[in-house]
Design a protein around this ligand. Structure first.
Ligand code: ZN
Length: 278
């Protein structure tokens, strides 16, 4: 049965059908099968995309995701390759610059309290993001499901590392900023995940969300990486706004960009919604 859209819609049109992995898609154990079949569906109301298939990907983030993506060179080599990219070729440099710019106008508590601003990066992966914001004076915490990535965050990047699933984790403390850098497209229930960010956020803090932009990528066809199998969701500007609103946030900014890596990306700055009482 097809899922409900973030807008509440139940009707979908078929955007792409795959009977073999598209060129460039990582071969995971669950998807390296003879009867590979997958469809990317598009919501005619809000323009959101979902990827649907019957292959069993339930164990993907326990071990296979990191092994399949970084197995050959290892996590550290992949990290070092990315952090040594020239700034104009680095998606991460642009991301950090934009976040620091927003924080400069939005975050006042750390300076008032004479402390470093704090950030929780959910799905920290190679930790290139925290590496760079740490260099800018932030106090970073990495959360990831794979213990190899958590060890890398602690030992190589030098930040606090927590191994866990954001869907269930507790007692992480509160932060000025919670970031989801290309994370929410990987989960089946992005509203349920994003809604949990409120409990780890200082009341005057903000959330940064970055997701693949299907609305822009669709014109370049089914081979675009935005539509690869590890992405359950591929967003439109409208569906990213709905995700923020339905997760309990007010959307401050949504932007669309083409990154140096050629990725089509949407990003949003969100603040906790103020509840009107009485
Ligand atoms: Zn929709």
């Amino acid at each position: 049965m097809n899922p409900r859209c973030l807008c509440g819609g139940k009707e979908w049109t078929t955007a792409f059908t795959y009977d073999a992995p598209p060129a460039g898609e990582v071969h995971f154990r669950f998807s390296a099968v003879a009867n590979y079949h997958r469809e990317v569906l598009r919501c005619p109301v809000c323009g959101h995309f979902v990827s649907v298939h019957a292959m069993d990907d339930s164990g993907l983030y326990q071990e296979d995701y990191v092994s399949a993506n970084y197995g050959r060179d290892g996590v550290r080599k992949a990290f070092e390759r990315i952090v040594s990219l020239p700034p104009e070729q680095s998606d991460n440099v642009g991301r950090v610059r934009r976040i620091l710019d927003f924080a400069a106008s939005h975050l006042v508590a750390p300076a008032q309290e004479g402390r470093a601003p704090t950030v929780l990066d959910v799905g920290s992966g190679l930790c290139v993001f925290l590496h760079r914001v740490k260099a800018a004076g932030w106090d970073g915490t990495a959360l990831d499901r794979d213990p190899r990535l958590v060890a890398h965050a602690r030992n190589v990047v030098g930040v606090r590392g927590v191994c866990g699933d954001f869907a269930t984790v507790e007692d992480l403390g509160r932060y000025d900023l919670v970031t989801f850098n290309k994370v929410l497209e990987h989960v089946r229930d992005p509203i349920g995940i994003l809604a949990r960010a409120v409990k780890f956020l200082h009341p005057a803090g903000f959330v940064y969300v970055e997701v693949p932009d299907g609305e822009a990528a669709v014109s370049e066809g089914p081979g675009r990486e935005e539509f690869f199998i590890e992405h359950h969701h591929v967003f439109s500007a409208a569906s990213l706004a709905l995700l923020g609103a339905r997760s309990g946030f007010t959307v401050r900014v949504i932007e669309r960009l083409r990154e140096p890596s050629t990725k089509f990306t949407l990003r949003a700055f969100l603040v906790p919604r103020m509840l009107k009482l009485g």
